[in-house]
Design a protein. Structure first.
Length: 163
């Protein structure tokens, strides 16, 4: 990996919805990498609450003032997307040891598919370590308050989607 290729890091995920845990990881990634591309998986199998285009719109609005952060959707192999944005770096978050098996499997699969692509794991801050998109969705669907867990733009989007 040469220094010019370390400038862009790709932060992939379903982000259905984007949480404060994700915001925390993007902030941490920006300390090390010049640009971060948030890559939203457009996967119809997963039956998401928000369409990929809605997720692009929501996350783009959150980062409207930050020109070092791009938001794109992707389909197909992650390593192909990483190459397409001229990057060699995948960022993933580790909240707890229970995340490790799945994350290690993905990192090793991606390395097998493309040995030039490296996965960097970042740990979330303690106050975000229990937040998951699945639980946020569940609480929001049951009309619970998710304002401490997600950005106000996401709170608004959840309210309008679930109303
Ligand atoms: O937020 P998620 O759902 O845990 O993110 C999973 C994601 C999007 C990173 C993963 O499903 C993915 O990379 N999918 C693209 C398909 C792919 O490249 N598969 C082979 C590597 S595991």
């Amino acid at each position: 990996m040469n220094s010019s290729n370390r400038e862009t890091a790709v932060f992939p995920g379903s982000f259905d919805p984007f949480t404060n845990g994700h915001i925390d990881l993007v902030k941490r990634a920006c300390r090390t990498f010049d640009r971060v591309t948030i890559a939203i998986l457009d996967n119809l199998d997963k039956n998401p609450l928000f369409t990929a285009d809605e997720r692009v719109e929501i996350i783009s609005e959150i980062y409207a003032d930050q020109h070092n952060i791009q938001v794109q959707k992707f389909a197909g192999l992650l390593v192909d997307f990483v190459k397409s944005v001229d990057s060699q770096v995948i960022i993933r978050g580790l909240r707890a040891i229970s995340d490790y098996d799945y994350e290690a499997q993905m990192a090793l699969m991606n390395r097998t598919l493309d040995p030039d692509v490296e996965t960097f794991f970042l740990t979330s801050s303690e106050q975000n370590s229990y937040i998951s998109s699945t639980l946020v969705k569940q609480v929001a669907k049951l009309k619970g308050d998710v304002s401490k867990l997600v950005h106000p733009i996401v709170v608004k989007a959840l309210k309008s989607k679930l109303s």
